[in-house]
Design a protein around this ligand. Structure first.
Ligand SMILES: Nc1ncnc2c1ncn2[C@@H]1O[C@H](COP(=O)(O)OP(=O)(O)OP(=O)(O)O)[C@@H](O)[C@H]1O
Ligand SMILES: [Mg+2]
Length: 340
């Protein structure tokens, strides 16, 4: 992939949209897909997919076969849409894919390494084909291998590497030319828990240096930990999108309440509480504890009063917070936060 890099380590600014008043939704968004449809023979991989994605660390989430890799490939102009379009930094992937690729680093899902090369040779080779000078690409290759944590092994043939090391080298080749936009397709694939944590830390570090990183994954917790913005895709369609903190914030006015007590006290409390507010959900947790999801009780002191009167102890009382797994499940049940 070619890249316009003038100097080693010099940061290329994120390309501004080509036309501020150009295609709809460009503005502060880096990606704007409009009715994007990509098919492979009879298989529709992206089906009228429309989304606006801002800069930052963005998670592209979805089950196997959802269309995540196809979205990345369509952004890079590696597959041609049957219908619709995708703009990256204001550039149309159908006609300006080479310009898009100039500012992009791509860590593909599948193996892209040459087994008979060592990591230094391979990463510096990718630097060269990105337009760097020989000396610069060699120096930069060592820098990025240091950064991803490949030590003296860098002089061994890649075929002897563990999966985790190969993933790190794949990341190194994607960042060797210091691109402002990175596509990481399942970067933690096949890695053990420690390797995954290290990879996520690298993604965080890259994202904190003003780059936009699009990370595809089906591991929800990982994405929740590192991404500022999340796009959920299923069957080639957009299911849900938004800032992570907004998606995981519960519905306004809904609170989670965990109480502890004997069976009689718990029953008494739930009955009285049901007269004071709406109980949306009640989960028993091992006989002596319950967690309730309640709505419409703005007066916290009332709840504490009821607890005192019925002899239960309040263990936790806070606004509802979802984890991404719940967001994911709700959006598939059609019960997204916005009801879509
Ligand atoms: N080259 C291809 N030829 C035929 N079908 C394809 C091709 N590439 C993708 N598909 C199909 O398109 C759909 C979307 O695939 P895609 O690889 O984009 O999904 P994904 O979300 O990346 O899945 P995974 O999590 O398994 O990587 C799937 O049904 C897949 O089988
Ligand atoms: Mg994929």
């Amino acid at each position: 992939m070619s890249a316009a890099v003038d100097d080693v380590g010099q940061q290329t600014p994120v390309r501004e949209p080509a036309h501020e008043d150009g295609p709809p939704g460009i503005g502060s968004y880096l990606f704007s897909a409009r009715d994007l449809t990509v098919s492979f023979g009879p298989v529709i991989a992206l089906d009228g997919f429309s989304v606006d994605i801002p800069r930052g660390i963005v998670g592209l989430l979805g089950p196997n076969g959802a269309g995540k890799s196809t979205f990345i490939k369509a952004s890079l102009g590696l597959v041609t849409p049957k219908k619709g379009a995708i703009f990256v930094g204001g550039l149309d992937s159908r006609t300006q894919s080479l310009q898009i690729r100039d500012g992009v680093g791509y860590m593909p899902e599948h193996d892209c390494l040459v087994p008979s090369m060592n990591a230094v040779e391979l990463v510096s080779y990718f630097g060269l084909i990105s337009g760097m000078m020989t000396r610069d690409s060699m120096q930069r290759s060592h820098e990025v291998l240091d950064f991803v944590g490949v030590g003296e092994e860098r002089y061994r043939q890649i075929k002897s590497y563990s999966t985790g090391m190969k993933q790190k080298v794949k990341l190194a080749q994607a960042i060797v030319h210091d691109p402002p936009l990175l596509f990481l397709d399942e970067p933690t694939s096949g890695m053990d828990p420690q390797g995954r944590e290290e990879m996520l830390e690298l993604v965080r570090m890259i994202g904190s240096s003003d780059k936009t990183v699009l990370v595809s994954s089906h591991i929800l917790q990982e994405v929740e930990l590192v991404c500022d913005y999340i796009v959920i895709i299923s069957n080639g369609k957009l299911v849900q999108e938004g800032e992570t903190k907004t998606l995981v914030a519960g519905e306004e006015g809904v609170q989670s309440l965990t109480i502890r007590g004997d069976e009689g006290s718990l029953t008494r409390f739930v009955r009285m509480l049901g007269e004071a507010c709406e109980i949306m959900e009640a989960k028993e947790e091992g006989g002596k504890q319950m967690t309730l999801l309640i709505r419409g009780c703005r007066d916290g002191s009332r709840i504490f009063g009821l607890a005192r009167d019925s002899g239960v102890q309040i263990r936790r009382y806070q606004p509802e917070r979802l984890d991404l797994e719940e967001v994911f499940l709700r959006s598939f049940r059609g019960g997204g936060k916005d009801g879509n």
